[in-house]
Design a protein around this ligand. Structure first.
Ligand SMILES: Cc1ncc(COP(=O)(O)O)c(C=O)c1O
Length: 417
């Protein structure tokens, strides 16, 4: 298969111009300016459908952290998804975007009382509780409010997800969840505490998992615990297996599909009669999106060719933060020619988007698209160097919608006055 289509089947060169869902991207760059995020709605819908077909009885809760644009969240909600949130802000956003509260799960090691109250009042499906103290505070708040908090205990299964250490969340030494050895004690506490109802278990071992064996290992451990707890008389109904399915970043990456994940989980979850919850983020939106940037200058220095572009680490921090690879292509189809350092305008040597990358001849004014920029890209962007954040567009079958205006200086300074 053509490489671009392996990233996103709606991405291709037509008459020498890069297009997404039939829309020529150079026209968008000229009309809306750069840096610019462009997402494909059909890709997102197809991905959610693939999850729903692979897991027909499960609740798919989109991990809002991957991309919190409300238009994407509402698109997914209309197609039947719920939301996995990790802050009061994400909860607000999910509700504003039309996600029904009974399809919202809330994880996070540091929920504040205010956030817990917000979720109690909204009536969410479950709190994924990460500590004994959180259980106690939740019980106190729920009692005061006259509500019952449904909780899943987030279990840390001590499994190596074989991913970047910053996004490995299921190892014993990480801050997430309650150790498997203490999970039963957490259930005993939850049973004793007023206004708390333990209804299930949650596990999320990490993000960008290209291998399924760590998933298998984690879910096996947690399902074993689930069965033991049921035998001990707990009335469990939810098993939330988190997100984490990896996507193609490098040309050689092979991403696992939801069907492959289902095959692994079905083998492990024999006799499971509760409700399965999944929390995919990156695999729903990551390869839906591109970041388009324009070359400002080129120069040769220290034996290297630099292309200085108008997107920086404030727009896409993943290369600087995780050393991540994002595949880059020119918007005009041209043969690869030189090795380039593609760097941003920010005053940090870490501000690069690509290193030693074979790309076509580049000159001032050319556009580049960085692929796999739908997840943890805009969502992790910042105003560093007082740079207003980029605009976001959603394209679908030739139609274009501006789903976030480009910020301006006045917008960025406004909270100061
Ligand atoms: C609790 C939880 N669920 C789901 C996700 C989504 O992960 P991914 O985007 O890799 O699918 C994350 C991401 O870190 C998470 O922390």
């Amino acid at each position: 298969m053509e490489l671009l289509k392996e990233y996103n089947p709606y991405l291709s060169y037509e008459n020498g111009e890069l297009t997404l869902e039939g829309v020529p991207l150079k026209e968008l760059a000229r009309e809306f300016g750069t840096p610019l995020f462009v997402y494909s709605a059909s890709f997102i819908k197809d991905r959610l459908r693939a999850y729903r077909e692979a897991f027909p009885d499960a609740l798919i809760c989109y991990a809002v952290k991957a991309n919190f644009n409300p238009h994407l969240v509402s698109l997914l909600a209309r197609e039947g998804a719920g939301a996995d949130v990790v802050s009061g802000g994400e909860l607000y956003l999910a509700l504003r975007s039309g996600v029904p509260p009974e399809r919202i799960v809330y994880a996070g090691v540091g929920k504040t009382e205010r956030e817990m109250l917000q979720a109690l009042r909204a009536g969410i499906l479950a709190f994924n509780v990460e500590s004994f103290q959180e259980l106690e505070v939740l019980s106190k708040l729920a009692s005061k409010e006259g509500k019952v908090a449904r909780v899943c205990v987030r279990v840390n299964p001590d499994v190596d997800p074989k991913t970047h250490p910053y996004v490995a969340t299921g190892l014993k030494e990480s801050k997430f969840g309650i150790d498997a050895s203490e999970a039963k004690e957490a259930f005993r506490l939850a049973r004793e505490l007023p206004n708390v109802e333990p209804i299930g278990l949650h596990v999320h071992i990490g993000s960008q998992l290209l291998e399924l064996s760590p998933y298998r290992e984690a879910v096996l451990k947690v399902y074993e615990l689930y069965r033991e707890l049921k035998r001990e008389g707990y009335n469990l109904e939810l098993l939330d297996v988190g997100g984490g399915l990896g996507i193609k970043y490098r040309p050689e990456d092979r991403e696992p599909t939801p069907h492959e994940l289902a095959a692994v989980l079905n083998e492990v979850l024999t006799g499971f009669d509760g409700k399965l919850v999944l929390e995919p983020g990156r695999s729903l939106v990551g390869n839906a999106g591109l970041l388009i940037t324009q070359v400002q200058f080129t120069k040769e220095k220290g034996g290297k060719r630099f292309a200085v572009v108008d997107a920086g680490m404030n727009d896409l921090i993943r290369p600087a933060f995780y050393g991540s690879y994002h595949h880059a292509v020119t918007l005009e189809e041209r043969p690869e020619r030189y090795e380039w350092e593609v760097v941003g305008p920010i005053c940090e040597t870490g501000d690069f988007l690509a290193k030693n990358r074979r790309l076509p001849e580049l000159k001032r004014g050319d556009y580049l698209a960085f692929l796999s920029a739908g997840a943890y890209a805009f969502a992790m962007s910042s105003h560093y160097n007082f740079r207003p954040r980029a605009a976001e567009l959603l394209v679908e079958k030739g139609e274009v919608r501006l789903i976030r205006r480009r910020e301006d200086y006045e917008y960025v300074i406004s909270p100061c006055f």
